[in-house]
Design a protein around this ligand. Structure first.
Ligand SMILES: [Zn+2]
Length: 243
């Protein structure tokens, strides 16, 4: 089940909000993508875990991801500890991604920073031969270290190390985001109007998402982009690859 890119989020919808344009772009170029959520987002004020599971699977199918799995860590209360590092490392050794996308080390939601550190450290430790993990059939797993980890910028105004032009995929990205019907503003249904309002449930949040993508696109002279922080200094083989 090897994939080119594994996108990991603390909550179902983090990946869609912050890096799904980039994933769509790479899928269109023939790369394979897998998705991993650390928690089911069960503490979210709107909807519930079952609803969010269904929305997450629907979004993954729409995107064309090879799989979407959930590690079932406790929303809000998951810890930076050995158990959770090994859970992620076991998953990395199973799907052997070339590149990992993850939350940013600093963000409005405190889970995001913890998820970023857990994911980054799991990427390192999964490459160590003396750390033993076992696959689904209790077989001993071979070590695996992804080539790179990039942190997708979500809520806080962080300065990216690089941005990815997602202009042709912006509409498809918004469609993926809106698949999470329990979380985000919907034009054409009042099914969720009785749910509590949250900082992300109003129409203004959708405007903010687009404005943020516009702002990341500005330095490139493109309409929309997504911003990333690199785990290490990125390099290129050809200066013309920089746009
Ligand atoms: Zn989140």
């Amino acid at each position: 089940m090897k994939v080119d890119i594994l996108a990991i989020g603390a909550h179902p919808d983090d990946v869609e909000l912050s890096s799904s344009g980039t994933l769509l772009r790479h899928l269109a170029a023939g790369k394979t993508v897998g998705l991993l959520d650390l928690t089911r987002g069960e503490l979210g004020s709107r909807g519930n875990a079952e609803l969010r599971d269904a929305e997450a699977q629907e979004a993954a199918a729409k995107m064309g991801a090879r799989f979407r799995k959930n590690l079932g860590m406790k929303d809000g209360l998951f810890q930076y500890n050995e158990e959770n590092i090994l859970k992620i490392a076991t998953f990395l050794r199973w799907c052997r991604p070339g590149i990992v996308l993850a939350n940013t080390p600093d963000d409005r939601h405190p889970d995001h920073g913890r998820a970023a550190k857990l994911t980054a450290d799991a990427c390192f430790y999964s490459g160590l031969v003396k750390i033993e993990t076992f696959g689904p059939k209790e077989e001993k797993q071979a070590p695996w270290r992804p080539k790179a980890i990039y942190h997708y910028i979500q809520d806080k105004d962080l300065i990216p190390d690089f941005v990815v032009d997602i202009s042709p995929y912006m509409d498809a990205k918004m469609d993926l985001v809106l698949t999470f019907r329990s979380q985000f503003y919907q034009d054409n249904t009042d099914a969720y109007t009785k749910e509590p309002s949250t900082p992300i449930s109003g129409k203004d949040f959708l405007d903010f998402l687009k404005a943020k993508a516009r702002s990341f696109g500005r330095p490139l002279g493109v309409e929309y982009a997504e911003g990333f922080i690199a785990g290490r200094i990125p390099g290129v083989n050809n200066l013309f690859d920089l746009v």
